[in-house]
Every structure is written in structure tokens, then in C-alpha cells.
Write a protein that binds this ligand. Structure first.
Ligand SMILES: O=C(O)CCC(=O)C(=O)O
Ligand SMILES: [Fe+2]
Length: 387
């Protein structure tokens, strides 16, 4: 066997062994691992090492994502949402109406799930959802080819809510999850509907251009997919990735995070950079107590004809002591038949700014995303070349 094939075969067998342990990254930490196994390692010099050059102290605090305070009058929040979605694509929302206890209970339940003894959580370990639930370390195989790691330093419990027979079977989860996660999802549905109205109203210049109900009418917005992430402390944090850089394939995403930190966004340069082409510096999204993080995803970027930015983000492991918990809820079109076509909203199109993307269906978009192996490039397959 050639050396490369041997290496691939060895990696495949360690990957299989890792999944067979059914205990996730947390299992490695529990078994007292003091070094990071090769499956998680970034090769030296690959350009994805965690640490940017040590920031001069004044720059470390120079940038914070915008905040939208929903207790302000609507005449103030719409322009704030517009400014945030068109500039950095990420913002904090305060006074969001989701009770603090509901968020705290959900975050605590996620922590409790991942910190149960391995014997309790391993029966749930599965890469594909069983009864709408999957607990696993989701491999990032697509990066092996590019010399990246096979696995992120993260375990995830993914729950797919939804009406009728699609409701998840939470029976195998601890009692705290069975109550707290659906309650959080219900609360977020209310918040998400409001967010969809604000994002809609802020489109087209924010002067009521497309109307608050436009997105809902176009695609029926739902928030059924919940990813409950757990980033164990790492003995060598700078050698691993918690989450590789990516854009979200959603309309928009709502994230709750605990106080540990590690989320970073790529701060793009001004207009013209387009598409997150790997430029711009990484900046921390420092946790703000009580706030939720909202970010624009690829679908909304396309529907907004690129008025809104879907920005690359990643998670680095900050701590060799503390595990980090975050919960992402992905808001998506409920209309997901092959015949439900979306594209830049016609009201947004002008002679100066014609459609930048062709129309697409959700299944087609998801397929392109799978095929491209990663979020960044799939959106470009829908782009209409400018002449
Ligand atoms: O854990 C985080 O802060 C981010 C998670 C994320 O980006 C995702 O689930 O898409
Ligand atoms: Fe994400």
C-alpha cells in the first residue's frame, strides 16, 4: 500500500474505533487523555491554527457584534436589525422575550445530558437520527482531503422537532431534557416568528419595502432543528477545532451560549469581498449574559439578494478546564418540496441590482451543500454571473 493509503486506512480504523466507543469526545476526556488523538489534529502550517497573532490589547476589544434591544420601539429596532444584517450578519438580541429561566434550564439540561455517565448517554450515540434524535461527534471528513482534522472537539445532541409524527422521541434522554428542550423550542418559536418579521421588514431599505409578513408568506418559517453542542475542555486547546469555519445553511440561526466563550466570526472587509472568500480577521463573539445571538444563514442571504450577509464563523476551544455548552436553533422554510422555489424577492430587484442568485428549492440547496462538502462554496452554484 502507498503511504497515503496506509494513512487513510489507519485514520478510517481509528475513526471507526472512536465511534464504536459511543462516548464522544467527552469520553476521551473522562478516560484521562492528556494528548489529543491524531483524528482531531490540525496539521502544523495548515493556516487554520487557532491563535491569530496575539492581538494588541486595544484591538482585542475594538469590535463587538451589534446589539438589538427589542424593548425599543419598532421604529428603532427595524433599522438596527437592518444595519446588523447588512454589515456583519451576526447580532446580539436583548429583551427577546424568552424567559431567562427557560434558556438557563435548556443550557443546564444540555450540560447534564453530555455529563451523564457514559453508560447512560452511549445508548443514544448515533450519527443518523433515531426518532428525531442523534447524539454524536459529527465527523468533518470533507476537511481530511484538505489536510484538516477528521473530527471536531465537540459532541452534539441534535433534536428535530416538528409537528405530528415528526415529533422527536425524547424518551431516552434524561428527564431534565424532556422538559427543558421542548419548552425552549416553543419559546424560541415565538421569538423566531418575531425575528422573521423584523428581518423581513428591514429588507429593501427598511422603509416597509417588502413588509413584515413577506418572509413568512413566501416560505413559512419554522425552527424545528436544534443542535445542542458540548465542547469538552481540551488538554491542548490550540491544536483542535471546536467547529470548523462554516456558514449556516439556514434562513437564520438563534444561538444561546454559556459564559465560557469560543465562538468567532470572520469580520469581512467592506462590500466587494462577497461570499466569505477566506479574508478578514477572526473576532470573538464574547458571551453577553441574557442575550441571544442571531445570525443570517445562506438561504436568507440568497432571498435577500445579498442585502444580508451570511458570515463565516467557527468555534475555538478556549479552556483546558471548562466545558462549553451552546444551543443553536436553525430557522428554515417549512416549505421544502422540490416544487417550492425560492430566490431573491422580486421587490428587491432593480436595474442596478438584478438577481444575483437563481431560484432553488430546499432539497436542491441541501443537496448542493452536501456535495460541496462544506458551507462556503455551495451558495456559489446558485449565483448568476454578473456581466
Ligand atoms: O457553538 C457555537 O457557538 C456555534 C455552533 C454553530 O455554529 C452551528 O451549530 O452551526
Ligand atoms: Fe453555525
Amino acid at each position: 500500500m502507498a503511504a497515503a493509503e496506509e494513512r487513510d486506512a489507519a485514520a478510517a480504523s481509528s475513526l471507526a474505533e472512536f465511534h464504536a466507543s459511543r462516548a464522544g469526545v467527552r469520553g476521551l476526556v473522562e478516560s484521562g487523555a492528556t494528548a489529543v488523538p491524531p483524528l482531531f489534529l490540525l496539521p502544523p502550517g495548515c493556516g487554520r491554527e487557532r491563535s491569530p497573532p496575539p492581538p494588541p490589547p486595544q484591538r482585542a476589544t475594538a469590535f463587538a457584534i451589534p446589539t438589538v434591544d427589542l424593548s425599543l420601539p419598532r421604529s428603532a429596532t427595524v433599522p438596527l436589525v437592518r444595519a446588523a444584517a447588512t454589515s456583519c450578519g451576526f447580532f446580539h438580541v436583548t429583551s427577546h422575550g424568552v424567559p431567562p429561566g427557560t434558556v438557563a434550564s435548556a443550557v443546564a439540561a444540555v450540560r447534564a445530558f453530555h455529563e451523564q455517565p457514559a453508560a447512560s448517554r452511549s445508548p443514544c450515540y448515533s450519527l443518523a437520527p433515531v426518532g428525531g434524535v442523534a447524539y454524536s461527534t459529527i465527523p468533518i471528513q470533507q476537511h481530511a482531503a484538505a489536510g484538516g482534522p477528521l473530527l471536531p472537539w465537540r459532541d452534539s445532541l441534535v433534536v428535530r422537532f416538528g409537528p405530528g409524527p415528526g415529533a422527536p422521541d425524547l424518551g431516552r434522554l434524561p428527564a431534565s431534557c424532556r422538559d427543558a428542550l421542548p419548552e425552549y423550542q416553543r419559546s424560541l418559536t415565538v421569538f423566531g416568528k418575531e425575528m422573521a418579521r423584523l428581518l423581513s421588514e428591514a429588507l429593501g431599505g427598511g422603509g416597509g419595502g417588502v413588509g413584515a409578513e413577506r418572509l413568512e408568506r413566501e416560505m413559512q418559517v419554522e425552527g424545528w432543528l436544534m443542535a445542542c453542542h458540548y465542547y469538552p475542555p481540551c488538554p491542548e486547546p490550540e491544536r483542535v477545532v471546536g467547529s470548523l469555519e462554516h456558514t449556516d445553511p439556514s434562513l437564520f440561526t438563534v444561538l444561546a451560549q454559556d459564559a465560557v466563550g469560543g465562538l468567532q466570526v470572520r469580520r469581512e472587509e467592506e462590500e466587494g469581498v462577497g461570499g466569505g472568500g477566506g479574508r478578514g480577521e477572526w473576532v470573538d463573539v464574547a458571551p453577553v449574559a441574557g442575550a441571544l445571538v442571531v445570525n443570517v444563514g445562506d438561504v436568507l442571504k440568497m432571498v435577500s439578494n445579498e442585502e444580508y450577509k451570511s458570515v463565516e464563523h467557527r468555534v475555538v476551544i478556549k479552556s483546558s478546564q471548562d466545558a462549553r455548552v451552546s444551543i443553536a436553533v436553525f430557522f428554515n422554510p417549512a416549505k421544502r418540496d422540490a416544487s417550492d422555489l425560492f430566490g431573491p424577492l422580486p421587490e428587491l430587484l432593480t436595474a442596478e441590482r438584478p438577481a444575483r442568485f437563481r431560484r432553488f428549492s430546499v432539497p436542491e440547496f441541501m443537496r448542493s451543500r452536501r456535495e460541496s462538502g462544506h458551507g462556503k462554496s455551495s451558495i456559489d452554484s446558485f449565483r448568476i454571473a454578473a456581466d
